[in-house]
Design a protein around this ligand. Structure first.
Ligand SMILES: [Zn+2]
Length: 66
């Protein structure tokens, strides 16, 4: 499972919004940083409802060497 998100900025530009009741342009917002990845939330740009969320695994974690 080594998928590289190469089109991160293009994905999920339209999502179904339960409030607007149609597919709406969404904004990706970083919600939480979890050990298993970064949790993003997709917000409708019109009504700011949450249209979806996803956890993106960060495969390029910077290594901290001390
Ligand atoms: Zn909406």
């Amino acid at each position: 499972m080594a998928q590289r998100p190469s089109f991160e900025n293009l994905e999920a530009s339209l999502l179904y919004c339960p409030q607007c009741r149609k597919a709406m342009p969404v904004r990706k917002k970083l919600l939480l940083i979890l050990p298993e990845g970064n949790k993003f939330e997709y917000l409708c740009t019109t009504c700011l409802s949450t249209c979806g969320e996803k956890i993106e695994q960060d495969e390029q974690k910077p290594r901290i060497l001390m």
